[in-house]
Ligand binder design. Structure first.
Ligand SMILES: [Zn+2]
Ligand SMILES: [Zn+2]
Ligand SMILES: [Zn+2]
Length: 314
């Protein structure tokens, strides 16, 4: 393999061209499965290739970037590990068949059983007894899709997360995965590539409080949006979820027994982040106050247009 410049970097087309062969992908997967470096013969024996020189050619195409060789044998280099991680997550290949399924977890608003299904890289959550929290097409590229009733939102989750888990376990794992992503976003870090993210709050000036507002297509008057400055990652949520990483909010939740990452807290968490008060102080510059109530205690966070907390009162 030849690198295109002096510091040994490959261009994206060179990198993907080097992966464009099933033997090479097989080599990466085998090295990813191995607990330690493999000798040439060990690696060769793991792949269905008859011809040593052909195998050697493909291995050579991976060396120097995806695969390294030292005295101990062949092993993945960092880019090779990232490729195998992406393959194993299923994110670039799998489209699991996971139809809408009723689960034991309950809706925080009406106590009905939630329903989940897999769609487009996420677990979608529905409550048959409730109105939509969002228009289902919100944030999607193919935004013309009709909303389904009772849509509460979606939890991004790689397909591998569905393996070996019952529907309830997958739902809770997707919840935790989403919380981890939001904690990263709230700290200014893209959860997919670690580059910086840009954040903003958006408020609906004529919000209708009853159900999904016909102006903003959401049940929340103030929404949070973040997008990565480097990769296509973007996220939209209720404004409060954009503040998840703030010590004031985390402290308030933990003081009231809501651990954002504990499965037993999923319902409390969802209620907490769907039943707070939103007050728009001014539209320009945007200033909103989000007030949370738990067990008779209150926490009010005043937030600016970028989602920064400018004042905390309790
Ligand atoms: Zn409900
Ligand atoms: Zn609205
Ligand atoms: Zn990114």
């Amino acid at each position: 393999m030849t690198a295109n410049d002096a510091d040994g970097r490959l261009s994206p087309d060179e990198a993907f061209a080097a992966l464009g062969d099933e033997v090479r992908v097989g080599i990466l997967r085998s090295l990813g499965d191995a607990a330690e470096p493999l000798a040439f013969s060990e690696l060769y024996d793991r792949l269905p290739v008859e011809d040593t020189s052909r195998f050697n050619y493909h291995l050579g195409e991976l060396r120097g970037h995806f695969v390294r060789k030292d005295e101990a044998g062949y092993a993945l280099d960092h880019p090779g590990r990232r490729v195998v991680e992406a393959i194993r997550s299923g994110a670039v290949t799998d489209d699991p068949d996971f139809e809408r399924t009723s689960i034991d977890d309950r809706c925080p608003a009406c106590d009905g059983r939630l329903e989940i299904r897999w769609c487009d890289g996420s677990i979608e959550v529905f409550c048959p007894g409730c109105e939509n929290r969002w228009e289902r097409s919100s944030g999607r590229v193919d935004a013309a899709e009709e909303p389904e009733s009772g849509y509460l939102g979606r939890l991004p989750f790689p397909p591998a997360g569905l393996r070996n888990r019952e529907a309830e376990e997958a739902f809770r794992a997707a919840h935790a995965w989403t919380v981890v992503e939001l904690l990263a976003v709230g700290t200014g870090i893209c959860p997919r590539c670690a580059a910086t993210v840009e954040t903003e709050l958006d408020a609906c000036p004529d919000h209708e409080d009853d159900g999904t507002c016909s102006n903003c297509r959401s049940s929340f008057a103030v929404v949070f949006r973040a997008s990565c400055t480097n990769c296509p990652y973007h996220v939209g949520s209720a404004a409060a979820l954009g503040l998840l990483s703030s010590p004031a909010l985390l402290g308030f939740m933990l003081d009231h027994d809501i651990d954002p990452l504990a499965p037993r807290s999923v319902r409390l968490f969802d209620r907490f982040f769907s039943e707070y008060d939103e007050a728009i102080g001014s539209m320009d510059p945007l200033r909103v106050t989000l007030t949370f109530s738990l067990d008779g205690d209150e926490l009010a966070l005043r937030v600016d247009e970028s989602g920064e907390i400018v004042d905390v009162s309790s």
